[in-house]
Design a binder for this molecule. Structure first.
Ligand code: FAD
Length: 498
C-alpha cells in the first residue's frame, strides 16, 4: 500500500511526484506507466518554454482565456530555477541545460489578413501588457529564416526570454532525482482500470494493472495523458461528469541540419497558433547543434492513434521548407515522431480532486503547451492534496483560475453557438488560403457562407445548445468523424449535468 499512486510517467506524472517529494518527503509514491511511453505527448514535443506563440485573439475576448495565458506566462520564469534545483541533486555529467537563444515569432504571407494578422497583433499586445522584453525586427534579419518568396514573412518579433529544452532530458533527470529519494517506486506497466474499495464507499483503492494485479494507495493521481480517458471510463460513477479527453494528434521531425551551413537554425522560430491549430515551429538542440526539431500539426482525433498521418507529415515538411528555411530541402530526416496531446473537449485542463470519488485526483488535459505549464500545475495539485495553504505569489495568483478546472464539471463555454460557428468558418477559410486551396477557384466569396450553413446543420444533428470548440466541429465538417461520436458523449454529459 502506497501513500500516493501516480498513473502516468511523463512530464505531469513525474512533476507531480517531484512536488510530492518536496512537500511531503516521507510519503511513499508509486509511479505506474510503461517505460516506452508509447503515444505519449511529451516524448514528441518540441518543449518550447514559451507562451506568446500560443496567444490568439481569443485571450482578449474571454476572461478565462486571459487568465489561462497569465498563469502560463508565470511558468516561464520558474523553469530556470527548477532545472537548477534538479541539477543540484545529480552528478555534473547528468545535468541538463535550457537552450538560451530565445524565440522568433513570424507573421507570414501564407495565412489570411482576417485571422493571422489579428492573432499577431494579439501577441504584440500580450507582450506589452506582460512587460515581456521583445524587439520587432525586419524578417530578413531573423537568423536562420530563409523562406520561399511567396511564403515570406511580413513581420517578426524576437522574444529573448522564451527558450526550449529537450523533453526527454527533463524526464530522465526527474526520474534520477525521484529514485534518489528512496521513497519512489516505478512500476513498468500500464493500468487498465481504477479500483474503488467497494461500489458504495466512493473511496479510491488503487489501480488494476495490465497483468491483473491491483496496486493499492490512499490517493491516486490520474496523469496518463490521453490514456486517462480509459481510466475514467472504468468507473461508471464518472460517466459524463468529466470533459471527454480527445487526442491532439501531433507530428514532429528530427532533422540533421548540418547541410544548412550559414543558414543553420539556432533559435526557436515559429508561426503563431490559430484557435484549433498548432503553429509551425523549429527548435534547435543545445547538445547537438546539427540536430533540429520541426513540428507540429494538431489534428484532433476522438481516440488516440499511433504513427504519423501523411497529411500532418506533409504539411509540416512543406511548411518548414516554404515558410521557415528553403535550405531544409537538403536536410536529412533522422526520425518522425507522433504524439497524442491530451485535449479535453472544452479545451481546459483537468486539475484537482474528483468530487464523486474520495482520494481520486486528476492532472491532465493540457493540450498544446502542457510541458511548459507543468511547474505551476503540479505544485497546485500537490498542495491541494496535502491541504497546504502556504502558497507562493505565483501559486496564489492562479488559485481562482485553477478552481475552474475542477475535473468534474459541466463543459466550459466561452462564447455563443453563433460566435463558435463564425470562428470555425473563419479558421477553415484561413487554413485553405494557407494551403492554396481557394486561391485559383473563385470560390472564396461564397465559401464562408456555405461553411457556416454546414456547421449549423451539424449543430442541429448534434442536438445541442452548447457552443463547442472549433477543434470538435472541424473533423465533422471534414466528414472524418460521424456526429454520433460526439453526440453520444453530449448525451451522457446532459444526463450528468442537466
Ligand atoms: C508534437 C507535439 C509538440 C508539442 N510541443 C510542445 C511545446 O513545444 N511546449 C509545450 O509546453 N508543450 C508541447 N506539447 C504538448 C505537451 O507535450 C503536452 O501538453 C504534455 O507533454 C502532456 O504531458 P502528460 O504527462 O500529461 O501526457 P503524456 O506526455 O502524453 O504522458 C502520458 C503518460 O502516461 C502513460 N500512460 C498512458 N496510459 C496509461 C495507463 N493506462 N497507465 C499508466 N500509464 C499510462 C503514457 O505512457 C505516458 O508516459 C506538444 C505535444 C506534441 C504532441
Amino acid at each position: 500500500m502506497f501513500d500516493y499512486l501516480i498513473v502516468g510517467n511523463s512530464i505531469l506524472g513525474l512533476m507531480t511526484a517531484y512536488r510530492l517529494t518536496q512537500f511531503s518527503p516521507n510519503a511513499t509514491i508509486a509511479i505506474v506507466g510503461s517505460s516506452n511511453r508509447t503515444g505519449g505527448a511529451t516524448i514528441s514535443a518540441g518543449a518550447m518554454l514559451g507562451v506568446f506563440g500560443e496567444v490568439t485573439n481569443s485571450i482578449f475576448s474571454s476572461d478565462l482565456n486571459h487568465r489561462q495565458f497569465q498563469y502560463a506566462h508565470q511558468n516561464t520564469s520558474l523553469w530556470f530555477d527548477l532545472i537548477d534545483e534538479l541539477n543540484d541533486q545529480v552528478e555534473l555529467e547528468e545535468q541538463i541545460k535550457i537552450h538560451p537563444n530565445g524565440t522568433f515569432i513570424l507573421l507570414n504571407a501564407h495565412g489570411t489578413s482576417k485571422d493571422d494578422t489579428p492573432n499577431y497583433h494579439a501577441i504584440l499586445r500580450a507582450l506589452k501588457e506582460s512587460e515581456e522584453p521583445h524587439t520587432e525586427l525586419e524578417p530578413k534579419d531573423v537568423p536562420g529564416l530563409c523562406p520561399e518568396e511567396r511564403a515570406r514573412s511580413i513581420r517578426s518579433v524576437y522574444i529573448p526570454g522564451e527558450h526550449s529544452i529537450k523533453p526527454i532530458a527533463v524526464l530522465n533527470l526527474l526520474e534520477k532525482v525521484l529514485l534518489k529519494t528512496g521513497n519512489v517506486e516505478f512500476i513498468n506497466q500500464n493500468a487498465i482500470e481504477l479500483v474503488m474499495s467497494n461500489a458504495s464507499s466512493a473511496q479510491i483503492d488503487g489501480v488494476k494493472l495490465k497483468q491483473g494485479n491491483v496496486i493499492k494507495a490512499g490517493n491516486v493521481v490520474v496523469a496518463a495523458g490521453v490514456g486517462s480517458q480509459q481510466l475514467i471510463d472504468s468507473l461508471p460513477v464518472l460517466k459524463g461528469r468529466i470533459p471527454y479527453l480527445m487526442s491532439g494528434d501531433g507530428v514532429s521531425y528530427l532533422l540533421d541540419q548540418s547541410v544548412l551551413g550559414e543558414h543553420k537554425i539556432e533559435h526557436v522560430i515559429r508561426t503563431p497558433n490559430r484557435a484549433g491549430a498548432c503553429g509551425l515551429h523549429v527548435v534547435p538542440n543545445i547538445d547537438e547543434p546539427n540536430s533540429l526539431y520541426m513540428g507540429a500539426g494538431n489534428m484532433v482525433q476522438w481516440e488516440s492513434l499511433q504513427g504519423a498521418s501523411m497529411e500532418s507529415a506533409n504539411w509540416i515538411m512543406g511548411g518548414g521548407m516554404q515558410e521557415i528555411n528553403k535550405h531544409l530541402a537538403d536536410a536529412r530526416i533522422r526520425q518522425i515522431n507522433q504524439g497524442n496531446r491530451p485535449t479535453p473537449i472544452d479545451g481546459f485542463p483537468l486539475l484537482g480532486a474528483s468530487s464523486s470519488v474520495n482520494g481520486l485526483w486528476f492532472l491532465t488535459g493540457t493540450g498544446r503547451d502542457g510541458f511548459h505549464r507543468s511547474p505551476l500545475l503540479s505544485s497546485h495539485l500537490v498542495k491541494k492534496m496535502l491541504g497546504e495553504n502556504n502558497w507562493s505569489t505565483a501559486e496564489a495568483n492562479t488559485l481562482s483560475t485553477f478552481e475552474q478546472f475542477a475535473p468534474e464539471r459541466p463543459l466550459i463555454e466561452l462564447y455563443s453557438q453563433d460566435d463558435a460557428i463564425k470562428l470555425m468558418a473563419s479558421e477553415i477559410d484561413c487554413a485553405l488560403h494557407e494551403t492554396g486551396g481557394l486561391l485559383t477557384t473563385g470560390l472564396h466569396a461564397p465559401f464562408p457562407d456555405w461553411l457556416s450553413n454546414d456547421i449549423r446543420n451539424i449543430y442541429q444533428e448534434l442536438d445541442t445548445s452548447l457552443a463547442l470548440q472549433p477543434m470538435v466541429i472541424f473533423p465533422i465538417v471534414c466528414r472524418r468523424w460521424k456526429p454520433e461520436l460526439v453526440k453520444s458523449y453530449l448525451e451522457s454529459h446532459k444526463q450528468a449535468w442537466g
